[in-house]
Write a protein that binds this ligand. Structure first.
Ligand code: IPM
Ligand code: MG
Length: 362
């Protein structure tokens, strides 16, 4: 029986649309060769949505996303919208989408492909075989805490305020996701905060410890200050399996982990809410406006994000595996977009990379 899934596709800004065009090839391949069909809704987010609707996430777009099985996004932002008011900036569209879809757990794998080992700025022996999963809390913390704002103090001075705030249920639900995933991997969780200086960090540590004792004592749990974690990530990244951390530290640590792999253009992410609710899938890289529209973008991070959607939202783990091993094979053949180009390899365009992947799948 053919399985049908509803997908909302949000190409976004910069290189988003060209990367998404390659995802469409994979979607077509799946429909042609597997017993799967897709109902696709395409819409705008970020700067593209601002230009079309006057807001970076229109309500009708949000409704479509909520009614889908999964949402696949490209990237948002660019200098074109630098002067736009803060609450209408492209990034705000993404933040609203995360918040409104209640996507509290952001999964960011940092995986070093053998064929790309030299892409890392770290020594090969440090990053070989690296496979870390960062679970970042995504709907709380300083990104959303109140009060926030810029206040005029009237004496020629201003005050900028953001609030770091977490409640137990928020720590608990993202902690569960991390422990559950660790059980399917190497069974270790490193929880990162700054319990030495922040009350919210102290609470984070206590709640994660309580959750571990009550439900996950079979998993190895380690606590680490977030600054130390940043250092350990570049010193000896292989010590980590799953890292669970708050929104802001997760933003920073996932960029650092991404760079251990040396290839931001390769890294997918999944943002998940309660079981059964649609997830959002997007590459870790940004919109790269400097190379947009030139066929230089690496579409693999967006394609691998789609593979995560197949696995986590669509119950098509087998097809996710097919795509992931095809990516590996394409890399082993030395086919490269400019961002991961190396000596002796063949440099190809965004579209040619997509074609090479489809050839490998076929
Ligand atoms: C990310 C990005 C976003 C964030 C921006 C674009 C709002 O850096 O997804 O890591 O800070 O969360
Ligand atoms: Mg970031």
């Amino acid at each position: 029986m053919t399985k049908n899934y509803t997908l909302t596709i949000l190409p976004g800004d910069g290189i988003g649309p060209e990367a998404m065009a390659e995802v469409r090839k994979v979607i077509t391949w799946l429909e042609d060769t597997q017993d799967i069909s897709f109902t696709l809704h395409e819409d705008d987010i970020g700067g593209a949505a601002y230009d079309r609707y006057g807001v970076p996430l229109a309500d009708e777009t949000l409704q479509k996303c909520k009614a889908s099985d999964a949402v696949i996004m490209g990237s948002v932002g660019g200098p074109k919208w630098d002067k736009v008011d803060y609450d209408k900036r492209p990034e705000q569209g993404l933040l609203n989408l995360r918040k409104e879809m209640q996507l509290f757990a952001n999964l960011r794998p940092a995986l070093v492909f053998d064929a790309l080992i030299d892409a890392s700025t770290l020594k090969p022996e440090i990053v070989r075989g690296l496979d870390i999963l960062i679970v970042r809390e995504l709907t709380g913390g300083v990104y959303f805490g109140e009060p926030r704002g810029i206040e005029d103090l009237g004496n020629g001075q201003r005050r900028g305020v953001n609030t770091q705030v977490y409640e137990t249920y928020e720590i608990d639900r993202v902690g569960r996701v991390a422990f559950d995933l660790a059980r399917k991997r190497n069974n270790k969780v490193t929880s990162c905060e700054k319990a030495n200086v922040m009350e919210s960090g102290k609470l984070w540590r206590e709640d994660i410890t309580a959750l571990h004792t009550a439900n996950f004592s079979d998993v190895t749990l380690e606590h680490m200050y977030a600054d130390n974690a940043a250092m350990q990530l570049v010193r000896n990244p292989s010590q980590f399996d799953v890292i669970v951390t708050d929104n802001l530290f997760g933003d920073l640590l996932s960029d650092a982990a991404a760079m251990c792999t040396g290839s931001l253009g390769m890294l997918p992410s999944a943002s998940l809410g309660e079981a059964g609710k649609p997830g959002l899938y997007e590459p870790v890289h940004g919109s790269a406006p400097d190379i947009a529209g030139q066929g230089k973008a690496n579409p693999l991070a967006t394609i691998l994000s789609f593979a995560m959607a197949l696995r986590y939202s669509l119950d098509c783990g087998e097809q996710a595996n097919l795509i992931e091993s095809a990516v590996q094979k394409v890399l082993e053949k030395g086919i490269r977009t400019p961002d991961i180009m190396a000596n002796g390899c063949t440099e190809v365009s965004t579209a040619k990379m997509g074609d090479a992947l489809i050839a490998e799948l076929s």
